[in-house]
Design a protein around this ligand. Structure first.
Ligand code: GAL
Length: 376
């Protein structure tokens, strides 16, 4: 499937070799990127794991899972959370290097802020894996492991497109995007907007608040800093109070992830919207527990599930391959340009989960227990 590129990425492409973030196609089979150097004894190898925050559910799972996997493999680990504070994350990474970490796994807060500290790390031969979020504007990131971020957005956009086929106009629509400092957010939005902007332009969808970016690279106009539920709730309340008066109802909300969807759902509830046929189509991502409960209660329509256990296992494999000094397994050596280089990447497929598939996808896979979700 041909994928248009966010203009900002197309601009990068004119400067560099490739396109960024839209995995136009996976490398055939598994490819591998250069040897990682001499073999390391796991028992003498410290792996630094830098996670952005504990305040968003998924990162707690990511950090704990990866630490557990690496400890079982005999590695020494140090796991740090930076409370979404960039300066804290930089100093945590510096401390990991000072403690002798040989491998860093980093889920960055601001992917453009790490070149100085990663330059220091590289000078000591430290290998760096970008975890879930690409680290940009530095030569010193060796590998990237993530879910197909553009596909996350495409799944959200196509879900909305399928739902509106049975709706009559005007179909009142609101769009949100993720944190402007998160490299993933522009790809989530681009994937969705490549599906939905044509529907805005042809009048199928009506942007009542008029807050619909005119192109992919204007996505930050509807971005929510730090991915906070509170900021999303406040923005949705403002839109409802300002533009949805006199009985006008919103029919569809594009939310890029579950933390925003939670705030949007709270704003809808506060404005009198109740689960049922008239409740808006509301998208999400991450299969956070509170949101899955909302999906079961009819207060969210879908989430894009990224099985973070898969991501953890893939990064564990990359860490072991780096430590063994062999080649490192990747499946995309074309799509992820970080502004300095094409970063060898392993992409994992995300999956749509709706009320009808919660049990099969999330409970039967062991991601949640039936009791977690109030299911018998
Ligand atoms: C993104 C991540 C998503 C989303 C968001 C909030 O980078 O890929 O899963 O939840 O951060 O943490």
């Amino acid at each position: 499937m041909k994928r248009k590129l966010p203009a900002v990425i197309a601009g990068l492409a004119s400067l560099a070799l490739m396109v960024g973030g839209c995995s136009a196609s996976r490398d055939a089979g598994t490819t591998s990127a250069g040897a990682s150097g001499g073999a390391m004894d796991p028992a003498k190898t410290l792996v630094g794991i830098a996670m952005p925050t504990k305040s968003l559910e998924r990162w707690n799972k990511d950090g704990a899972n990866l630490e557990s996997l690496l400890k079982k493999d005999g590695f020494q680990t140090t796991l740090q959370y930076a409370d979404n504070k960039v300066a804290d994350q930089v100093s945590q990474i510096q401390n990991m290097v000072n403690q002798g970490a040989k491998i860093l796994v980093v889920a960055s807060i601001d992917g453009t802020a790490l070149d100085p500290v990663l330059t220091t790390a590289a000078s000591k031969g430290v290998k760096v894996i970008a975890y879930d979020r690409l680290i940009n504007k530095t030569d010193h990131v060796d590998y990237y492991a993530t879910f197909d971020n553009y596909k996350v957005g495409t799944l959200q956009g196509n879900y909305i497109k399928e739902k509106i086929a049975s709706m009559t106009k005007p179909i009142n629509f609101e769009a949100f995007a993720g944190s402007p400092d998160d490299n993933n957010a522009k790809f989530f939005f681009a994937g969705a907007w490549d599906v939905l902007l044509p529907l805005v332009k042809d009048g199928t969808l009506t942007c009542v608040s008029n807050k619909c970016p005119a192109s992919n690279d204007e996505w930050t106009k509807v971005g929510i800093q730090g991915w906070t539920s509170a900021a999303a709730q406040s923005e949705m309340q403002n839109r409802l109070n300002s533009f949805y008066t006199g009985g006008k109802k919103v029919n569809i909300v594009l939310s890029p992830n579950d933390s925003l969807a939670l705030g949007i759902a709270q704003a809808l509830e506060g404005a009198g919207y109740a689960a049922g046929a008239s409740y808006p189509i509301l998208t999400g991502q991450d299969a956070d527990k509170a949101n899955v409960l909302n999906i079961l209660a009819g207060k969210q329509s879908m989430t894009v599930w990224k099985d973070t256990r898969e991501l953890g296992s893939q990064v564990e494999k990359m860490v072991k391959e780096i430590a063994a000094g062999g080649t490192v397994t990747v499946n995309d050596t074309k799509s992820y340009n970080n502004g300095n280089k094409v970063v060898p990447t392993f992409l994992i497929d995300p999956l749509v989960v709706t009320k009808d598939t919660v049990k099969k996808s999330l409970v039967d896979s062991g991601f949640y227990t039936a009791a977690d979700l109030g299911l018998s």
